[in-house]
Design a protein around this ligand. Structure first.
Ligand code: MG
Length: 274
């Protein structure tokens, strides 16, 4: 794959990603893939899917874990339902995370990504300590599968994320930097955050957004790439500045024709910028 190769976030059966057919139409050579639901991860279905990507010459750069019961309806609902933070589902989801890591390996991919959830930033907080252990367990499982574990940004500040990474202390822990999420969740200006987290960034989402009137309480608004408040030209410039030359994965979380139009435009924008 070339440096700063343009890719797109895709999904098969679950999630709001683009379809494989659309990626083929765009003639892109790489994607991130949202994990299909458990019933679609049988060995036969897995081999079938792997072959579809291989036949199309499309590399899967990160598999993103997702779980039944997660909801992004509002910021408080995200806190209660997303990732490995909610106590009620943690044990079962950790087990499923290991299964997804195995699935990721079966798909020939060396990185597992996830929104781990809202981790309290106070390092003495009980949930923070529990999540450090959970993240270590995931990292160690991924390491045995020859993988990195990528934390999706947005639900914490840059400083909070750095402190967490340091506490976990695993070499295969990395960051999937999504600049729009920092605006959507109201956790900080994305580009200064990118400079801080720089060396841990191993994948990115090219996504844009506008701040809400009540950051951190109400969602900001996701926008077509280049039309929000990230400053996409400066985002690409900053990626080069920190030495990131990996895939530029477009993520556009709206359904239907709007998604296709916006992704086509995003590909064109990134071609001119990179
Ligand atoms: Mg994202």
């Amino acid at each position: 794959m070339k440096e700063m190769s343009i890719g797109v976030f895709t999904s098969v059966g679950a999630g709001l990603g683009a379809s494989l057919d659309f990626v083929k139409e765009l003639a892109l050579d790489n994607v991130q893939l949202h994990t299909p639901p458990p019933e679609a991860r049988s060995p036969e279905r897995t081999q079938e899917l792997k072959k579809q990507f291989e036949d199309a010459d499309i590399a899967i750069t990160v598999v993103f874990a997702g779980f039944a019961g997660e909801s992004y309806a509002s910021i408080p609902v995200v806190k209660d339902t997303v990732g490995l933070v909610p106590a009620k589902t943690r044990k079962a989801r950790l087990k499923e995370t290991f299964e997804i890591s195995d699935w990721t390996r079966a798909m020939g991919c060396d990185a597992l990504g996830m929104h781990i959830g809202f981790i309290p930033e106070d390092t003495k907080n009980r949930v923070h300590k529990e999540l450090v252990k959970v993240a270590r367990d995931v990292c160690d499982y991924c390491a045995d599968n020859g993988q990195r574990f990528h934390l999706e940004t947005g639900q914490e500040t840059a400083d909070g994320l750095l402190a967490f990474i340091e506490d976990v202390g695993r070499d295969n822990l990395a960051v999937n930097f999504d600049p729009a999420n920092m605006i959507l969740y109201g956790t900080g200006e994305p580009l200064p955050a990118l400079r801080k987290i720089g060396s841990f960034v191993k994948s990115v989402h090219c996504k844009d957004a506008k701040w809400s009137d009540d950051p951190g309480v109400a969602w900001g608004t996701e926008m077509p790439l280049g039309e929000g408040e990230v400053d996409i030209p400066l985002f690409i410039f900053t990626l080069k500045e920190i030495g990131y030359l990996g895939p530029l994965t477009i993520e556009r979380e709206v359904p239907g024709e709007q998604q296709k139009t916006d992704i086509r435009n995003a590909v064109e924008l990134l071609r001119t910028l990179r």
